[in-house]
Write a protein that binds this ligand. Structure first.
Ligand SMILES: *Cc1c(COP(=O)(O)O)cnc(C)c1O
Length: 404
């Protein structure tokens, strides 16, 4: 008889975005004249840049001609894309990463979720709290997280690394030694980033205890400060302890197109076992690569026109971030993020819970954001606003909040 993977039953329901949707719908029905502005959007809104669209059109035309038609893409991705990534994202930043250490995929989410498959289920994981929920959820499905405590909203076998006001939303090294450490910088949802010297401490720690860092750099393109690293491979010794995830979703608007990549150094080992061949084996079987047309689109991201157009898109979002950050700060709110990431992390005033503040903002300003508690217990009194809306709406939303 077939048996289900009961680990899936342990997952608490994903209430966050469905609850938000329900509350907003109910409010709009009761208040049909309220012009609701959404500053909780976790998706990009600007269209794909012209240089990229043009590359996709050409790739589509190639598919129509016998001589240039392409079938299955190579497991690790086309060389034209891996070469340009190695050059532009790594060599040009002084990182020793070669094209054959890059695995092109259909996005960072699946890679972040699937990477745990090449590790033993005995491994103990550590995660930032709050953070993007994919890391914990994928380990729950694999049976690595123990039991769930409804009251504390934590798993018994997960090491939580609180990111709080006190530590500037950058975690301290854990007191219990983990095997796998998930780090996400710039961070979703707090928008915090860490300096290269800080990241170096994590790399040194991981090398010392034999842990592997799973580094999610999905928001790398938003980094504006010079001393914030774009890749973990900018740190000495990272080849011995790190895997990095990248995405074209937030820098180039590929959330619907789907493209990302994972970097696994050839010499990286878990114990005595090299990991590169394991992930290569995985790619050969559980292929989650990207189509030729999409990989050509990815190549255009690095073209002169592509870079220029994407820089403008990022600047557009970051201008919104500035409007939110400065407007709220000026109004007396305690705010962080928004400098190296499109997220602003806001402390709910008067010790309100994040859901109370959600209701308050919706009712008084008709502005929708995301309650911090949805990203982990340390988000209980915090709130995430995002820069992905239009400039006009962002400006109006902040004006309304300022008037409260
Ligand atoms: C959006 C996001 C990703 C990107 O996921 P894709 O699957 O590439 O769209 C990865 N990590 C974090 C933290 C994100 O917020």
């Amino acid at each position: 008889m077939a048996k289900a993977n009961e680990n899936y039953l342990k997952l608490p329901g994903s209430y966050l975005f469905s609850t938000i949707g329900k509350k907003v719908k109910e409010y709009q029905e009761a208040n049909p004249d309220a012009k609701i502005i959404r500053l909780g959007i976790g998706d990009v809104t600007q269209p794909i840049a012209p240089a990229i669209i043009s590359a996709m059109h050409s790739a589509v035309d190639e598919m129509a001609v016998k001589e240039t038609f392409k079938g299955y893409a190579p497991d690790l991705g086309y060389e034209f894309l891996r070469n340009v990534i190695a050059e532009e994202d790594y060599k040009s930043r002084g990182c020793d990463i070669s094209a054959d250490e890059i695995f092109v995929s259909d996005g960072a989410k699946s890679d972040c979720a699937n990477i745990q498959e090449i590790f033993s289920t005995d491994n103990k994981i550590a995660v930032c709290d709050p953070v993007y929920p994919v890391y914990v959820d994928s380990n729950v499905m694999a049976g690595r997280t123990g039991t769930y405590d409804k009251n504390t909203e934590t798993w018994s076998d997960v090491i939580y690394m609180p990111c709080t006001e006190e530590n500037g939303f950058a975690p301290q090294l854990p007191s219990v030694t983990p095997d796998l450490i998930y780090l996400c910088f710039p961070n979703n949802p707090t928008g915090s980033a860490i300096k290269k010297s800080e990241l170096q401490k994590w790399v040194d720690y991981a090398n010392k205890v034999g842990a592997i860092i799973l580094y999610d750099a999905a928001y790398e393109a938003y980094i504006s400060e010079d001393d914030v690293p774009h890749s973990i491979f900018e740190c000495d010794g990272a080849r011995g302890c790190a895997i990095e995830f990248r995405s074209f979703s937030k820098n180039a608007g590929f959330t619907g197109v789907r493209l990302g990549f994972t970097v696994i150094p050839k010499d990286l080992k878990a114990g005595d076992t090299p990991l590169h061949p394991l992930w290569a084996r995985r790619h050969g079987t559980k292929y989650n690569g990207a189509p030729y047309i999409v990989q050509k689109a990815g190549e255009a991201v690095y073209s002169r026109q592509g870079k220029k157009q994407l820089k403008e898109q990022v600047a557009y979002y970051m201008n919104n971030a500035k409007v939110i950050y400065e407007g709220l700060k000026d109004a007396g709110y305690s705010v962080s993020g928004g400098v190296n990431a499109p997220y602003i992390w806001l402390k709910a005033p008067n010790n309100m819970t994040s859901w109370d503040f959600f209701d308050f903002l919706l009712d008084k300003a008709h502005v929708v954001g995301t309650p911090g508690s949805g990203f982990g217990p340390s988000g209980e009194h915090f709130f995430r606003l995002t820069a992905f809306g239009t400039y006009e709406n962002t400006l109006e939303a902040i004006e309304r909040i300022r008037k409260l």
